[in-house]
Design a protein around this ligand. Sequence first.
Ligand SMILES: Cc1ncc(C[n+]2csc(CCOP(=O)(O)OP(=O)(O)O)c2C)c(N)n1
Ligand SMILES: [Mg+2]
Length: 1020
Amino acid sequence: MSTKIPVPDIGDFESVEIIEILVKAGDVINKNDPVVTLESDKSSVEVPSPFAGKISSLKVKIGDKVSKGSILALIDNNESNEKSKLESKEKIELDKLEVVQKEENLLPITEKIIQQAESTIDQKPKKIVPKKPYLNGNAADIDPKETQEWLDSLDAVLKQDGTDRAHYLLKKLTDEAYKDGSNKPFTRTTPYINTIPPELEVKSPGDQNLEKRIRSLIRWNAAAMVVKANKKNPELGGHIGTFASAATLYDVGMNHFWRAKNNKFGGDLVYFQGHSAPGMYARSFLEGRLSASQLGNFRQEVGVDGLSSYPHPWLMPKFWQFPTVSMGLGPVLAIYQARFTKYLINRGLIKDEGRKIWAFLGDGETDEPESLGAISLASREKLDNLIFVINCNLQRLDGPVRGNGKIIQELEGIFRGAGWNVIKVIWGSYWDQLLAKDKSGLLIKRMNECVDGEYQAFKANDGSYVREKFFGKYPELKNLVSSMTDKDIWRLNRGGHDPHKVYAAYDDAMKTKGKPTVILAKTIKGYGMGKSGESINITHQQKKLGEEDLLYYRDRFDIPLTDKQVKNVEFYKPDEKSDEIRYLKERRMKLGGNLPERTSFSKPIKKPAKDIFANMLKSQGDREMSTTMALVRMLTNLLRDKNIAPRLVPIIPDEARTFGMEGFFRKIGIYAHEGQKYEPEDSEQLSSYREDKKGQVLEEGITETGAMSSFIAAGTSYTNHDLEMIPVYTFYSMFGFQRVMDLIWAAGDSQARGFLIGATSGRTTLAGEGLQHQDGHSQILASTVPNCVSYDPTFAYELAVIFREGLKRMHDKQENIFYYLTTMNENYHHPEMPKNCEEGILKGMYLFKEFNNKGKIKVQLLGSGTILREMISAAEILSKEYNIDSDVWSVTSFNELRKDGMKTERKNLLNPAEKNKKSFVEECLSKREGPIIAASDYMRSFADQIRPYISKSFYSFGTDGYGRSDSRKNLRKFFEVDKEHIVTYTLSALAKEQLVSSKDAEKAIKKYNIDKDKPMPTEL
Ligand SMILES: Cc1ncc(C[n+]2csc(CCOP(=O)(O)OP(=O)(O)O)c2C)c(N)n1
Ligand SMILES: [Mg+2]
């Protein structure tokens, strides 16, 4: 039976043009296969077939205008229209029911109580009066006997029925109190003790003595490499105190938890704290991965086989995976890495192997908004593959992180509030006994009331100081430690230095389901450095240990080096056959290999069929469209290529409709780990907001930081997941480089591959939006990133040639580069590609058109982006009205031309005896006549970049100054990049060379109402 395929609801649009027909009579198609592509002036979308079957006839042709209900084709199908409708309706009802049932199960007890209460509301709502006035807001105990009774009851429950029952009762009490009007918020923090009590700690299977020895050796070598470098040259710098505080945290992970990538397993991903790098090198040295001479060349990367100061994959591409030293980037990148890993799993592109993403950060680092800014995404997306370890050594660079407060408590509240599993590792095992003896809770009270400034001071002093200042506050506490010596008191360790406590925390984090985990580990900055740097404010800068300090450090960690060897700052590595080295290697072998290590076993993506781009190289007919729209068309075409389609990762920070990309919602879906639990309000429409567990679009919300982090995760998937992906991150060009330059720099360092698309670009092209939106400098910022290849194309065919080359370079030749392309929202005609210009498009310029038929005078007009069109119009005016000929060049990339110019110039200077080679700019222009006039929608310095490679007079125009709202025409006049200014300035330039009369230029100034007294736009 033949059924009609109609145009579905396409939103607000009427009479939309059919630009492609994707089926023909006789084709057998599946449900949801595209039938035609429709294009309005804002976007282009494919219309999917609602049925499977055989197309019996087509009812439309290219160019037809259609609206909702227009019939596109007839299809012979088995299922009747009504049946499928009915089925889908039933399915939605069922889905809804399921969702409601699921929600029902999830309802917290409080909500149930509210529901019950609501069902019986026939009387007036009860006025809630607190039963007892809050007499003591400072929470002092007004009835210690009553308190003790409650505590005894709790104790009995704990002993008899365990913690779950106790927790249930407490929750019930809280809920009841809430119902009865006690709306005092309950704290999100717990007492200042370990989250995991000693009896629930999972014990480490490791050989503690050997592990301690290994840790000591690593500590020594890490400190020695910094001291050695600074002995050679004090300029080199480095950090000792940070790794000294974090050594146990890393060691337990390396010995027991972090699984490396190998042919059986994808590998855990560990984001090491940037300035802890010496510790990672020191371990690799013991593992035999780095030599003593490499360690000796720490921070000396030029000319020798040295080691990077910090984790830089660009400089150590086989070692480091993640650049983390710009504080705050590690945490946010790790969150989006964890999310992207789930994305790949949910899309069926990689297996779920239970891989984890670990991120190490400093407590001071959490001051960076980037560190905490995305933590709610991690819990919302249930990233139980993510573990943060925050090394709370209570110090930043200059002093305490929270001298008057407690960073661990503060972070606990923030992370728990955001839905994370929080594990505090505050006290080491030596405290267990004391805490067990503390029946009155006084010890915990003392722990709670001390601030971090005091905790830091305790460790900067000694046991007697701690006895006096900490325990001495209360006679009972002083008594508690009366039988302990000062040395014993000094030995009371902090959780982050206790491998048992750290092991138990990591074990718990590994087993946590449904949420991310943060481990807050309390440590001592400069642990083991003694008077030279333990827990003192200058610890962070301590990089030159004197002989005495080194000898102390050797003794402290029992390193078998003679005094002489210590004075020479020698590294120490035991024999290959020693227990230490064997153990260390065996542990890593058990965990699958080395860490950190950067490898890639990804296969290149198969090239798209050439004709994917072919129709973009043709004239786009009478249709006017923007380059943003051309890009969307191109992506739509690529989504039909079976090799490319699954690898594309469109990333959009909530601007899809602005860029005309809403067609992707229906076609490939928006990634949502829970699918879609609701029927979207626009479900009937073609561009309905469709969320899907297998969705492909990353609709990030309003976070360029998050979107850029996704770009990096997808762009480095070839190494982190051995699977090449093609991120295409499209954003308002103003909110790209300017907003997230540091992340873009990190993308370069990470060797990410992909396309950044600065849409709605240009200072005068995004007309109405004004100063904070109009971008006239992102191209210049892009030029500062060494492996970023950037273009400002004008026409659809240029975009296609550039994009095709990008795919080839990144995914065929596997070059570690990424692209920045600016696209515009100005609609205009796109001509057919002129002959033989592909090389020029890619190198940065080609001859677009010659105006040759008139006179003897000639100029060279160079235009980029939309301003090329002003140059073309100016050329027409010069030709028609002034008999001046011109060559019009489309400059697709002043940045690429500059790179080539620099290279050529350098080569010529290095080979003084040889004939000079020509830069590409010279090749294009040296034989052409007349002064050169260049303009773009960017600051003058964009075009100025080619000035050194030009021997003729050169004038560049651009949009220096703040943008402002107005029409394109007025803005281009204001910034002096409209055709009238180009004509006038050209005449003036020719007059200076006495090729035309200065009167002509003066006349033009009058004719075009150009105000000579108007200040430079930079001053307005
Ligand atoms: C964005 C950024 N700003 C400043 C620095 C310089 N810096 C390096 S380490 C450091 C202090 C770090 O303190 P914390 O995070 O507590 O780490 P710790 O060394 O104490 O483990 C600072 C400010 C940096 N690396 N990155
Ligand atoms: Mg710190």
